[in-house]
Design a protein around this ligand. Structure first.
Ligand SMILES: C[S@@+](CC[C@H](N)C(=O)[O-])C[C@H]1O[C@@H](n2cnc3c(N)ncnc32)[C@H](O)[C@@H]1O
Length: 311
């Protein structure tokens, strides 16, 4: 693992590049024949010259996954795209429901290239706070401004590390803990060490007035499946390396292990929230994007979407 306490990144490196990877999936979905979600900002966000290297690496990885002979692939492009579309759809609906219920402040933890502040329909007085590292948020704001895009509501960038005192930064940016808040942690948990995850849950609880809602993508892969996937990735990576490709972006090297992580639904349930879990596989079936026939195809769909409301 290449991670260390206090490590940092820009959009084109380390954990920052994982935000590019999922935005690439949203861009591909948006331009497909029958898209489940539409993120018209994903394409401009991933198309800058500085992301050329990451784009090429992800394209090569996904292309390998789709070849007939790919018994060593990490995950096929089709499965990745389908899963990303399903998760985006789920959390889009989560925000729509929260805004319709009258919640006016929303926090996207580890926002990356999430463009919901730009693309969703928000009631007039809503505020979207986006937390991520400074260079990631700066890249997004700069790129979308150059594209002529404007946020669809008040957007406040909170450039802070989620392993540090982010609640103070969020309050300083204007979050009102006396009013209900919507929280989203999508594509985040494996990139946080276990104690930072638990501290984040506790901070969400502390900052949440009754009626607040939270949504979390919980990664369902167990240690054995993870080890197998990592092994297959290493094999595929070695082949790409042999072909002389740049393999510096290695998402498998960025995850912290599962040890000591609280169960998400259980944690919120024990702290006065009513929690529900939606199986990624069931949601994918419901939306007509089920996993393919092999165990590899199923892997991203093992994730669980946990939502909870504070009473
Ligand atoms: C896979 S991306 C997900 C981005 C976005 N939520 C989405 O789904 O499109 C992971 C994001 O987590 C952010 N991240 C990871 N660890 C973080 C930390 N300690 N503090 C702030 N942001 C972090 C990264 O910068 C990156 O943007």
């Amino acid at each position: 693992m290449t991670r260390s306490d206090g490590d940092s990144w820009d959009i084109a490196s380390s954990v920052g590049a994982t935000a590019v990877m999922v935005a690439l999936a949203r861009a591909a979905e948006t331009s497909s024949a029958a898209p489940l979600i539409r993120d018209e900002f994903a394409e401009p966000l991933v198309s800058t010259p500085e992301l050329e290297g990451v784009r090429a690496q992800v394209a090569s990885w996904w292309a390998d996954g789709d070849t007939e002979a790919a018994d060593n692939h990490a995950v096929s492009a089709e499965q990745m795209l389908n899963y990303q579309a399903v998760r985006t759809h789920f959390f889009d609906e989560f925000f729509a429901g929260a805004a319709a219920a009258g919640i006016r402040q929303h926090v996207i933890l580890a926002a990356g290239l999430d463009s919901r502040a730009y693309r969703l329909r928000w009631p007039d007085d809503n505020v979207v706070y986006e937390i991520d590292l400074p260079l990631v948020l700066e890249y997004k704001a700069r790129t979308l401004a150059a594209h002529g895009a404007k946020p669809a509501t008040t957007r406040r960038a909170v450039a802070v590390d989620l392993r540090e005192d982010w609640p103070a930064a969020l309050r300083e940016a204007g979050l009102d803990p006396a009013a209900p808040t919507t929280w989203l942690a999508e594509g985040l948990l494996p990139f946080l060490p276990g104690p930072a995850q638990e501290a984040m849950f506790a901070a969400i609880d502390r900052l949440s007035a009754p009626g607040s809602r939270v949504a979390v993508e919980v990664f369902g892969i167990d240690d054995e499946q993870w080890a197998q996937a990592k092994q297959r990735w290493a094999e595929a990576k070695a082949e790409r390396e042999k072909r002389g490709e740049d393999v510096s972006f290695d998402p498998f090297d960025l995850w912290y292990d599962n040890e000591g992580r609280p169960d998400c639904a259980g944690w919120f349930g024990a702290h006065g929230w009513s929690a529900e879990s939606v199986d990624g596989r069931d949601e994918s079936e419901r939306l007509g994007r089920p996993p393919g026939p092999s165990a590899d195809d199923e892997r991203p769909f093992l994730n669980i979407f946990v939502t909870a409301q504070k009473s």
